[in-house]
Design a protein around this ligand. Structure first.
Ligand SMILES: [Zn+2]
Length: 154
């Protein structure tokens, strides 16, 4: 994977752009060796019409529970990052969704992922889901109860 920006689209041409600085943070948490644990955080960015741009992420920290095939984003710093970005940008940068890693090359959501998104990620607007694998990043949007995988275009 090259560290430029990543762009995904849905079937209607609505884009999800992940800025290069975000991508390089995400790639730094890839589970490339046997001892690396799952990592997770929130996605922070802007809604430009129907397009979504991820500007920042929160990263693993104190309070999080991290295992090889499990992560629980419990640290209070994730919510603090959202609030900080929101106030510093006068509301332009907001909570857009979540990311976590998987110890697999081409990641796909586990049944635990799907259940937890269904239960806890409730929003009126589309929310972004990213799973960082060793070779690929899986992206989707959650629109109401539906998880819609996105296609990488560059
Ligand atoms: Zn997962």
């Amino acid at each position: 994977m090259i560290e430029t920006e990543l762009t995904f689209t849905d079937s209607q041409g609505r884009l999800l752009v992940v800025l290069p600085s975000v991508l390089s943070r995400l790639l730094s948490y890839r589970q490339l060796n046997l001892s690396s644990n799952e990592a997770a955080g929130v996605l922070i960015g802007e809604r430009r019409g129907s397009h979504l741009v991820v500007h920042q992420v929160s990263e693993p920290g104190k309070g999080d529970i991290r295992r090889r095939c499990f992560v629980d984003r419990r640290g209070p710093h994730h919510q603090a990052a959202v609030e900080d970005a929101f106030s510093r940008s006068s509301g332009c940068l907001q909570y857009l969704g979540e990311w976590h890693t998987h110890p697999e090359d081409i990641p796909s959501p586990s049944s635990t992922d799907l259940n937890s998104w269904k239960r806890y990620l409730i929003a009126d607007e589309p929310m972004v889901l990213l799973i960082v694998g060793r070779k690929e990043i899986w992206a989707a949007k959650k629109c109401n109860a539906k998880v819609i995988p996105l296609l990488k275009i560059r």
